[in-house]
Each structure stands twice: as structure tokens, then as C-alpha cells.
Design a protein. Sequence first.
Length: 229
Amino acid sequence: MAGCIYVSPHPAPSGHPSPPGRGVFLSLHPPIRNYPCSSRKRLARAYIRGMTDETVSASATGTAVVGVIMGSISDLKVMQSAVDTLAQLGVPYEITIVSAHRTPHRMVEYAESARKRGLRVIIAGAGGAAHLPGMVASFTNLPVVGVPINSSNSIRGIDSILSILQMPAGVPVATVAVDGATNAAILAAQMLAISQPTIANALDKYRKGLSDKVMRSVDELRRGLDDEG
């Protein structure tokens, strides 16, 4: 990945170092980590264009099995954590923008073609009226995980979560917390892990990391109390 440069309309944060082995750092909302060099370039170009016609396969190897979609480019600051978590777990994914209200035909095409393209789970993030996850679920039998987003037109995400959560019987959407994109990725990985031992092992390692982090905090607190005593 050395020498990879991706472009952004925003300046790099003052004094921010270039990530080792990942080329020159330029900002794209939070930096898009763990992407192959070519995918970062494509995603940056798509960002500048508004990602109206670009689906970015952002996995180092393998055909994407998780589709990550959002209603607006502004949602990327939340959905970033979903793709970062999928990358950490080694789950191949793709990412693009699909607006239920502004590009409804694109939404139908994306949902209806998802299984044929190799997807097994779709993570859909939306704010405000937040119809994207439910409408996508109505056009595919793949499991859909909805991420309610506290967007600029949202009422603290409450309207978003209710729009996604209150689906009619027969068309479920697995709904996570407001801005809970990380848990959406974990849930998608757990679905895949039922039949993929590699992902199951990655999830075990991830959980152990969470446990180890807590135990380190326990040790730090104990040492702090001992020092005070």
C-alpha cells in the first residue's frame, strides 16, 4: 500500500501523520481505513461526485458478502465504523449510497440484484424518515440490518429508529441502536459465522479483545488505588 494517495475536498488535520504503509493522509470524513489503495482512490473520487453511480468494493480479497448502504454521503461518518469492523473481522464488503426517496429505482435494482451478486447480508443506514432499510427488506429475502442515524433532519434519531423498527409482520429488519453501525457489522458477521468458521474465529478473537481491554482497566484501577494507599 506504500505510495497510495487518495484525494479529498477537505484539508488534512493539522499535524496528522500519514498512516504507516498507507500512503499520504488526506481526510475523507474520518479516514477510510483498511481499504485497498485502489478502493480508497475510487471512494474519494466517488465522494467528490456524490457517489451517485459508484459501488465501491472495499475488500482486499474475495467477493463482497455484506453490502453497506446509506441514504446520503453525510451518513458515512456513522457507517464508517461498520466497514472498519467488517474489515477487522475479515468480512468482504461493498459500500455505496442508495437513497430510498431520491433514487428509488436504484434502491429496487440494488436490493433485487443483491443475492445474485453474492451478498448475504445488507446493512442499511438512514436518518429522518429512514425508509431505506425497510424498503430494501421488501425487495430481498436477504437479512437486512438497519442502522438508525441521528442525521441533521432527525429528531435525535428517535424518528429514525421507529421508522426502521416498526416493520409489519413478514418483513423484518434487525435494528440496532441509534448510530450503532459497529453492532450492525458484528450482527452481520454473526449471521455469516453460522456457516463460516473463519469469521466465527475472528469474532471469538474480537470478543476476547473486548474482555482483555476491560481486564486491563481493572488492573489500572487497582494499581491506582494501591498507589493512593
